[in-house]
Design a protein. Structure first.
Length: 424
């Protein structure tokens, strides 16, 4: 069947444009992108009524809790949440129980994802066995089994020799390594960013320099090994000069940030609200603004949800003891649109970070609005207001910091390979 999306405002993150036009789709792929209207189109017509049409979001760093903790999130529930949030491709993390560190476990989760999720799911695998930082995984076998990148998530590989060997081996295979830049001793046990607020609340805190120190070490090892490297979250202005130098020196380095660090700051923790406990902790407002500017300029390449489901029992604890993380698949788009509404970023710049750049970094064909690209699309109304009610979330875990918050921007429909997987 041929589909024609007409009367749409098209967001093209590659060209950096925002124009009125139409998109034609056949057999799961975009066949034409046309400025203005279509003359006598043949096939099914979908009138977007002036609403926005963009490539589906490619969300790098989603935690799905299969195997081991299916009560927190399954591939079915995560896939439904992704579709509702305009996410057409989930890049999933290996920090499960057991860790995804061997081809058998990877093949199991890939099969489960393909059976249960209505969106594309591409798994990452662990860089070291058990994410323990002592022995690297069989990177080649895991790539053959479908791993798109390798990461120990928030576990820093403290043994520099192990990390350098893993980077060297990954380079020989062209594999992408994703790391969490933190100095692990300084950041151990931290629940907040150091400063007056953390002192007044009596919370164990970490200096923003811990992130800078971790990134400096990783960049030095990348320079030594020539590996492909991505920093999962850069959240402080202290780290930006090092990132800029690494890129200027021609190193194959990119960086990402979670949406919560772009839209919230340390003061949102208020009276020990554990839904705001993240890793790394929320930063000062000056850092948040610097991160938004870095995304707009392209210094930070990727924006993701950093979707981390936690059940009620692990969050309803004293702040220091509570688990870190927040769900974000369904709130990623409306939260990101806060930056557009505040005129800090344009929609093409935002979609470059949400869709085009993560697809490019992982070698995927998606994330583009051009002929030949997969018809993974999202139609949304950036002006539609609503009050976030966590009871309506499709995720099994509902640990969102946006509960009860007035938001603006709704997904109207989501298409994966030309098939509608969500519609209001």
């Amino acid at each position: 069947m041929t589909l024609h999306f007409i009367n749409a405002t098209l967001i093209d993150p590659d060209a950096g444009t925002e124009i009125s036009g139409s998109v034609s789709v056949h057999e799961g792929r975009i066949t034409a992108v046309t400025a203005g209207g279509l003359a006598n189109p043949k096939g099914e017509i979908i009138d977007c009524a002036g609403k926005y049409l963009a490539p589906g979001i490619v969300d790098l760093g989603v935690k799905v809790c299969e195997p081991g903790e299916r009560h927190k999130e399954s591939y079915r529930s995560a896939g439904l949440a992704a579709a509702k949030g305009g996410v057409t491709t989930m890049i999933t993390r290996p920090d499960t129980d057991p860790t995804i560190d061997n081809p058998e476990t990877l093949e199991f989760v890939t099969r489960r994802a393909n059976e249960a999720a209505p969106v594309n799911v591409m798994p990452m695998a662990a860089l070291t066995k058990g994410r323990a930082g002592r022995e690297m995984t069989e990177i080649g076998f895991l790539m053959d089994a479908g791993a798109v990148a390798f990461t120990d998530c928030d576990h820093v590989v403290t043994d520099t020799k192990v990390f350098s060997r893993a980077l060297t081996y990954a380079r020989s295979l062209g594999a992408l390594v994703i790391a969490h830049p933190q100095e692990p001793i300084l950041s151990r046990g931290a629940a907040a960013t150091s400063g007056k607020f953390a002192s007044l609340r009596g919370l164990p805190a970490v200096s923003p320099m811990a992130e800078r120190m971790g990134l400096d070490r990783d960049i030095a090892l990348v320079e030594m090994t020539g590996a492909r490297y991505h920093a999962d979250q850069i959240t402080t202005s202290r780290a930006l000069p090092a990132l800029a130098r690494a890129k200027a020196n021609g190193l194959d380095v990119t960086a990402g940030i979670g949406i919560h660090h772009l839209t919230l700051n340390a003061l949102d923790v208020a009276d020990y609200r554990t839904f705001f406990k993240l890793k790394p902790p929320l930063r000062d407002e000056d850092d948040r603004v610097a991160m938004v500017e870095a995304v707009a300029s392209g210094l930070i390449d990727i924006v993701c949800s950093m979707h981390t489901p936690q059940d009620e029992e692990s969050k309803r604890l004293p702040f220091e003891e509570a688990a870190s993380g927040a769900v974000g698949l369904e709130t990623l788009l409306p939260a990101a649109l806060r930056l557009w509404h505040s005129e800090m970023i344009t929609l093409p710049q935002l979609w470059r970070a949400l869709s085009f750049n993560p697809a490019q970094r992982l070698g995927l064909a998606s994330g583009r609005l051009e002929a030949g690209a997969p018809a993974d699309l999202v139609i949304f109304d950036p002006h539609a207001p609503f009050v976030m009610d966590r009871a309506t979330l499709r995720s099994k875990s509902r640990n969102t910091p946006f509960d009860g918050v007035r938001m603006q921007g709704k997904v109207l429909s989501t298409y994966v390979a030309g098939t509608c997987v969500y519609e209001v």
